[in-house]
Design a protein around this ligand. Structure first.
Ligand SMILES: O=C(O)CCC(=O)N[C@@H](CCC(=O)O)C(=O)O
Ligand SMILES: [Zn+2]
Length: 336
């Protein structure tokens, strides 16, 4: 296999490859751009006009998605997977991946859309670099732009695999992209309704990509991901890469649960208290009237919404950041 197919090994060892560009037997060009960043370009005659950004390891301890991208890259480097799309593979936070930690100093996925400019340290620099790499990759005109940012979650979930779809004013969420997600094994999609500072929001808002955060199961260390079944996603990604996706049918959205954000729970101070069991699963339902959280100055978060569910509850985030999202079921009537 070509050495550049071993991007993960290089990244884990903190090494630069001796050769920065290599050609596979199929004439696919692989180019190392910087730590954890590799561009794959099909021969011009085979290029189908899709630019696909695949990122994982934005959180260093979320290893199943990193292993998935590693397998795809190996297949490309061996000539077993024959891309028709241009692809950018990104391992988001190399230092945290090496440490097996969610982050080193701060969460990279809270530093996009300009936030890194108000901060410092290795993760702020990395967020800036990731924005630059993505912007340069998505700078070619007249091409389709698609970004999947792959994650696993801190806790178990009543809905194992789901996507978060960013928001931008005057831009509608796409039914076609939701159908693609359904085919890739996603059981639910959370339709965002305001701007955000995560990576997929940056590529959606600033670079015009269709972009998603995908949650694939519970985070575990390398080699312990048997419980995370990414087979449908892996199959779909291979089809997208090779340009062999089957046509999506009328019933393609059947069974896909849609949610919208009712409220983001923001931790304002060290007095923040979240009244949930430590092992609560994502998408657990909360009853109207339930006192979810308390914070400084008698702030109380009480459930008012029928059918509300909690995702990503985390009282340990830094002050000013999201400590959970309250979601409610929604319909597909506003999709494009
Ligand atoms: O399990 C958790 O609490 C977090 C899992 C995770 O990393 N999720 C992403 C979601 C990004 C988004 O809002 O699109 C994150 O929190 O960064
Ligand atoms: Zn994550």
């Amino acid at each position: 296999m070509l050495a550049l197919g071993k991007l993960l090994e290089l990244t884990l060892a903190g090494r630069e490859p001796a050769e920065k560009t290599q050609l596979t037997v199929e004439g696919v060009r692989m180019r190392w751009l910087s730590e954890g960043a590799l561009e794959v370009r099909p021969p011009e005659a085979r290029d189908n006009g899709l630019d696909l950004l695949l990122s994982a390891g934005i959180h260093g301890n979320e290893t199943a998605p990193i292993e998935l991208l590693d397998r795809l890259l190996h297949d490309i480097a061996r000539g077993d997977l024959k891309p028709r799309a241009r692809i950018l593979f990104l391992f988001g936070n190399p230092e945290a991946i090496r440490k097996g930690e969610r982050f080193v100093e701060q969460d990279v996925n809270r530093l996009f859309n300009g936030r890194h400019e108000q901060s410092s340290g290795c993760e702020a620099l990395r967020a800036c670099e990731l924005e630059r790499l993505a912007a340069s990759f998505f700078s070619l005109p007249d091409r389709q732009r698609l970004h999947y940012d792959l994650h696993t979650a801190i806790r178990g979930s009543k809905i194992e695999q789901f996507a978060l779809y960013p928001w931008k004013e005057d831009r509608q969420h796409s039914r076609q992209e939701l159908a693609r997600l359904r085919a890739a094994g996603m059981e639910a999609v959370l339709l965002q309704n305001k701007p955000s500072i995560v990576f997929s929001s940056y590529t959606y808002d600033k670079l015009g990509a269709e972009a998603f955060t995908l949650e694939l199961g519970k985070a575990r260390p390398f080699g312990q991901n048997d419980g995370v079944n990414v087979s449908l996603l892996e199959k779909r990604l291979k089809q997208i890469i090779e340009g062999t996706e089957p046509e999506l049918t009328e019933d393609a959205l059947d069974g896909l649960q849609l949610y919208s954000v009712a409220r983001e729970i923001i931790k304002h101070s060290d007095s923040f208290r979240l009244n949930l069991p430590a092992d609560i699963e994502n998408f657990s339902e909360l009853e109207v009237g339930y006192l979810l959280a308390e914070d400084i100055a008698n702030t109380r978060w009480i459930i008012e919404e029928e059918g509300a569910r909690i995702i990503f509850p985390n009282p340990r985030v830094k002050n000013g950041l999201r400590a959970g999202i309250l979601v409610v079921p929604t319909t597909d009537e506003n999709l494009a």
